[in-house]
Design a binder for this molecule. Structure first.
Ligand code: MRU
Length: 369
């Protein structure tokens, strides 16, 4: 189940499935330079918070691989410049900044370890430049980040599956599946884990205007895995709840503040309010790399605004008058008080979130200002 390969490192390139053309076409693109990866993140060839982070890590490894520097200072500067370029791609996904930070840390340790790494070089590497061991360490780190993500998602699935009961109707929004991660998915990982357990479930998929991650991507994943599902317009969610067809809502997250407020695809907040009004539990599933302890509340989460054309055009065809103003925030923030539980790979955090999220990070402290 879920053999989808979202992104991987291959022969000094980064390969990713083109999510812009799914499900009509299953096409992979090959990024040979870090600028190709930057473009792929910006134009949403790859999207979903964890996948964006992994793409950035691999992109940084790719960019560093091609660097030519004759001293530590210029190598150092050029590396950090590449990291800075990636940090300008999409502002909301915490995983992006988490991955960049991790690559910066690995760079520092690899530079310090160079004499030791030097000894373990292969003959082929010995012909390469003096920074080859550092470059190799960064490639390995980016691959590791991807592998850890799949493992985390599997644990999220195991930690969350008990919230789904036999014969439950589940509503999900956007795509928090294999395509949004290195594999298996977060919210969709929990759904997959319940399905793998043999529970009879039915998933209602919000189409997720304007980019249609639900209709194009989540629907594709569910059909591929044979999980019973129904596609609905975003406007149908409340009506379904009123009919008693939804037992729980589960979504992913792009960034979770220290108090549990969670940014996710635009429309998530409306669903959470609807769920509360109907007494339906609302779950957020995300890896710890989505949690931003530097941000105390959701009001501090930067919300990306995307091009007007995403709303005014459908597949290249203009549907709105040229003169109309457009407001197109890609995400909204659901206050923690609407969230029943946050499911992570470490554990499930229940309210009060400020206290219980902190417990997931025993070695870190909160930002209090
Ligand atoms: O704009 P996108 O497609 O990158 O937005 C993705 C989402 O909002 C997902 O729900 C979120 O990143 C969680 S993915 C595991």
């Amino acid at each position: 189940m879920s053999d989808i390969r979202t992104i991987y490192w291959k022969d000094r390139t980064v390969v990713m499935i083109d999510q812009k053309v799914l499900p009509a076409e299953e096409r992979y693109i090959t990024c040979r330079h870090h600028e190709d990866v930057i473009e792929a993140i910006k134009d949403m060839t790859i999207r979903g918070a964890p996948a964006i982070g992994i793409a950035a890590a691999m992109g940084i490894a790719l960019g560093t691989f091609h660097l030519k520097a004759d001293n530590d200072e210029t190598f150092h500067q050029a590396f950090h410049l590449i990291c800075d370029e990636f940090s300008q791609t999409r502002p909301t996904a915490r995983n992006l900044f988490w991955a960049i930070e991790r690559m910066r840390k690995r760079f520092i340790t690899a530079m310090a370890d160079r004499p030791a790494l030097e000894k373990s070089r292969t003959a082929e590497q010995a012909l390469d430049d003096v920074y080859a061991p550092v470059k190799q360490a960064l490639i390995e780190e980016s691959i590791r980040i991807g592998k850890e993500d799949v493992a985390a998602n599997r644990r999220i699935g195991l930690n969350g599956r008990a919230f789904i009961k036999n014969n439950n109707g589940i509503l999900t929004h956007c795509n928090a599946g294999a395509l949004a991660t290195a594999g298996y998915g977060t919210a969709l990982g929990v759904i997959r884990a319940a399905h793998e357990e043999g529970k009879a479930i039915h998933v209602f998929v919000d189409e997720t205007r304007p980019v249609l991650q639900g209709a194009r991507l989540t629907a594709w994943e569910l059909v591929k895995d044979g999980i019973p599902s129904t596609l609905i317009t975003d406007n149908t969610a409340g009506f379904l709840m009123q009919q008693g067809k939804i037992d729980l809502v589960i979504v992913g997250a792009d960034r979770i503040a220290a108090n549990g407020d969670a940014a996710n695809k635009i429309g998530t907040y409306s669903l959470a309010v609807l769920a509360k009004a109907h007494g339906i539990p609302f779950y957020v599933a995300a890896p710890l790399s989505t949690v931003d302890l530097h941000i105390r509340t959701g009001t501090d989460i930067p919300i990306e605004e995307r091009a007007a054309q995403e709303i005014t055009n459908i597949q290249g065809h203009r549907i709105a008058p040229e003169e109309i103003d457009v407001y197109n925030p890609a995400f909204d923030v659901t206050p923690g008080r609407y969230i029943t539980a946050i499911i992570t790979e470490a554990d499930v955090a229940l309210p009060p979130f400020s206290e219980n999220i902190a417990k997931l990070f025993p070695h870190q402290s909160f930002q209090t200002s």
